[in-house]
Design a protein around this ligand. Sequence first.
Ligand SMILES: Nc1nc(O)c(N)c(N[C@@H]2O[C@H](COP(=O)(O)O)[C@@H](O)[C@H]2O)n1
Length: 186
Amino acid sequence: MLKIAFASRQALFFCHRTALLAHNRLTSAVTIFRFVEVFIVQKIHFYSVNDDYGSFSNFAPYSVRIKGKLWPTTEHFFQAQKFAGQPDEEKIRKAKTPVLAAQMGRDRRRPLRRDWDSVKISIMREALWAKFTQHQELRVELASTKDACLVEHTENDDYWGDGGDGKGKNMLGILLMELRAKLSAP
Ligand SMILES: Nc1nc(O)c(N)c(N[C@@H]2O[C@H](COP(=O)(O)O)[C@@H](O)[C@H]2O)n1
């Protein structure tokens, strides 16, 4: 009788221990999952037009209609606004490629408008709004990134991009995420 009582107690103890271990494992799994969910946000890098998410680059071949004119890419529009109202604006709009438009816009023999630093973000915002509202497939692609952190990943640019080491401002990625939120709002 004593032996049976002892064996039952041992079995009960074993059951409790197993249940406790299972519970602890589950709790750990949930904790890890929450940690991953909260702290390890998916990052999407983009840069080259021909790579994944290359359509997020301003150099991607998506024309936009802004200021009553058609711009071959948002890069054409953005660079041309450095000379808004000047003959160079139209010269850049007509540049054969976005790379050429960027070269022309960055060429400091052309006098940059004095207020450029204070207006460049709103000009980029305007360009992106036009691009993602005028091309439905891009709007869908942007929405498909859900809550991922969008990063223009390049060592060529530490203002619009992440500077290659992640220390850059990533302003283009930030504006794209801002736009994504705006477009998905009810
Ligand atoms: N493809 C590419 N090459 C570079 O060298 C770049 N810096 C970028 N970044 C893009 O450049 C545009 C802004 O240029 P600036 O402000 O005139 O330097 C903007 O479209 C960035 O996303 N891309």
